[in-house]
Design a protein around this ligand. Structure first.
Ligand code: SAH
Length: 247
């Protein structure tokens, strides 16, 4: 069943407008009586039936609230060093599918791409759209936010996550698994920041800053993964460890 995020508080009668209304009427060609899923602004998901439809507005009546959540237990924030070309599109789409709570594009010292104010804002807008369609497709209960492009220091200063991990290709002592188990033993993981470098890697001064902010450097194994692979590998291992890839 198709899922749509409706930017209003939950109500039995709701309506969908804009791009989604056009999609439902023109592309999916749904008719009154057809069913879809809605997720309201206050996070309620429900099965709804179309009561009236045109290309501008789709009115629905909610039939049944859905109790089950599709969200992971751990809120994972992916801080990804800016990578080149289409790689960020791919990373954001996959991170949202896997269950990331939000994504922060980080302009790191070794990032080849440089985004100034206006260009950065445009990119973030595009990435937010990618996040929204990935959230719909993967049946998330939220649309993960793609935050503004930030430097490592800004990102660390704004971060409220209680557990912080930085994947560092030169780390050879502490594994991701050991770091996660230590964090679980020390009081559990509820919000986790995962920092991944760009193609050029993480600089020593960025590593120091992250360490000082409480981030633990971890190894993802003996092979060097590409920037667009490392986050996905780390996220799947994290969600596996925290029991979010099914029992
Ligand atoms: N330019 C670097 C590789 C960067 S890989 C080099 O050639 O040495 C991009 C990012 O992925 C890294 O900054 C790190 O965050 C992560 N990464 C890749 N492989 C890793 C590994 N084996 N252990 C930990 N982190 C890794």
């Amino acid at each position: 069943m198709h899922r749509f995020f409706v930017p209003h508080l939950y109500n039995e009668e709701m309506y969908i407008e804009g791009v989604d209304a056009r999609h439902i009427s023109k592309v999916l060609r749904m008719q009154p009586g057809a069913k879809l899923q809605i997720v309201s602004d206050d996070g309620v998901s429900a099965v709804a039936e179309i009561t009236a439809i045109d290309s501008e507005r789709v009115s629905v009546r909610c039939l049944e609230k859905l109790a089950e959540s599709h969200e992971p237990r751990v809120q994972l924030v992916l801080a990804q060093g800016l990578a080149k070309g289409e790689k960020m599109d791919f990373i954001i789409q996959k991170a949202v599918e896997m269950g990331a709570y939000s994504v922060i594009p980080v302009a790191m010292e070794h990032s080849v791409v440089r985004l100034d104010g206006a260009k950065a804002a445009k990119k973030v807008e595009r990435w937010q759209k990618i996040a929204e369609s990935a959230a719909k497709q993967s049946k998330r209960d939220i649309i993960p936010e793609v935050q503004a492009v930030q430097s490592m220091s800004e990102m660390l200063a704004n971060c409220t996550c209680t557990t912080k991990i930085i994947a560092y290709e030169c780390e050879d002592r502490l594994s991701l698994k050991a770091a996660l188990r230590a964090a679980e033993a020390a009081g559990g993981i509820s919000q986790l920041l995962l920092i991944i470098g760009p193609e050029g890697g993480i600089s020593e001064s960025e590593l120091d800053e992250a360490r000082q902010a409480g981030a633990v450097p971890v190894s993802l194994g003996r092979r060097i993964l590409r920037a667009e692979t490392a986050g996905l590998v780390a996220m799947s291992a994290i969600f596996y460890e925290t029991g979010d890839l099914g029992d």
